[in-house]
Design a protein around this ligand. Structure first.
Ligand code: F6P
Length: 343
């Protein structure tokens, strides 16, 4: 290969630029030209490319977001899309692709690989819900940001003798909530993998406040938790995005109202939301992104395709994209139980 493409798609995550830089540098070292697809997969069909040079990736290791811009798109889900994307890539003389993204991006990459276009995936999402790898790029930064938010909320919550619900992103997985909640000493963590009924949450609060005489509580709730609770579902914002995915944010507010009504304790909620996706990546994310980016380009240039690079137990692994794209990685029981020992 003399020319490869790099695409960043799906929700942005800190460390994406570091992965892009590393994959580019690995290609340059082998005298391979690199083009970035702008705005996700759409760049291929709209002939929207950015030539990536050493200068373009200079100084971006610490930058959040993605210099290639990102999109959530339906492209590569409908019949005929893959031909359009491949034609666009070939027109631009791109012979292989590094696809940096989450589950949706891996599903897109799979379609491309199955159509015979060489592609290697790099797992990137703050949610850490991708199969086949221990940690995805962006997760550790999101946990750190969430932890900082909760630390700040603690002083306020304690001073006002309140119950504070902190709602954190993560879609249908509780990774960010469990890790940030444990690291910041949350008094209760609610995740989709372990459903608590509203009555159980109230009982837990009453035990803390009335019996143990604690004057405040910090509850971390993953945005996808307690979704099945009828009452909460009714009250919840049921907007959907352009891909038909439910817009999950808003559970914290609903929960705060429901708890206040039932317990009489003063409840508030805070949603750090997209702050978790922003900011400079922590060093651990930069390093992970660098290792995965280098390896993805090396694998592609060594002739591999249809794989996604990852790490399990600090060891490099190559997963079939088909295996990564087939589902989501839930928070393991062990992780939740460790966190639950503190509440
Ligand atoms: O997948 C990452 C994520 O940040 C989720 O945690 C969240 O539910 C979702 O993206 C929000 O996505 P959007 O960018 O479409 O609002």
């Amino acid at each position: 290969m003399k020319h490869i493409g790099i695409v960043t798609s799906g929700g942005d995550a800190p460390g994406t630029n570091a992965a892009l830089r590393a994959a580019s540098r690995a290609a340059f070292a082998r005298s391979v030209k690199v083009s970035g697809l702008l705005h996700g997969w759409e760049g291929a069909v709209k002939n929207d490319f950015l030539e990536i040079t050493r200068d373009v990736v200079h100084g971006i290791v610490e930058r959040g977001g993605t210099i290639l811009h990102s999109r959530r798109t339906k492209l590569l889900t409908a019949k005929g899309d893959v031909e359009k994307v491949i034609a666009g890539l070939r027109r631009h003389k791109i012979e292989g692709l590094v696809a940096i993204g989450g589950d949706g991006s891996h599903r897109g990459a799979l379609v491309l690989a199955e159509a015979g276009f060489p592609v290697v995936g790099v797992p990137k999402t703050i949610d850490n819900d991708l199969l086949g790898t221990d940690f995805t790029i962006g997760f550790q930064t999101a946990v750190q940001t969430a932890c900082d938010c909760i630390d700040r909320l603690r002083a306020h919550t304690e001073s006002h003798d309140r119950v504070m619900i902190v709602e954190l992103m993560g879609r249908h997985a509780g990774w960010i909530a469990a890790f940030a909640g444990l690291a910041s000493g949350a008094d209760l963590i609610l995740v989709p993998e372990r459903m608590w009924g509203i009555d159980e949450v109230c009982d837990h609060l009453k035990q803390r406040h009335d019996v143990e005489k604690r004057n405040f509580s910090l509850i971390v709730v993953a945005e996808g938790a307690i979704e099945s609770q009828k009452m909460l579902r009714r009250a919840k914002d049921t907007r959907h995005d352009h891909l038909g995915r439910p817009h999950l944010g808003g559970l914290g507010d609903v929960l705060a109202r429901a708890l206040e009504e039932r317990t009489g304790y003063e409840c508030r909620s805070t949603q750090p939301g997209y702050l978790l996706r922003g900011g400079s990546p922590v060093a651990v994310d930069r390093l992970l992104a660098t290792r995965l980016g280098l390896r993805a380009a090396d694998c592609l240039l060594d002739g591999m395709s249809g794989i996604s690079v990852g790490e399990v137990g600090s060891k490099p692994v190559e997963n079939a994209i088909a295996d990564v794209a087939k589902g989501n990685k839930p928070l393991p029981d062990l992780e939740y139980e460790r966190a639950a020992r503190f509440f």
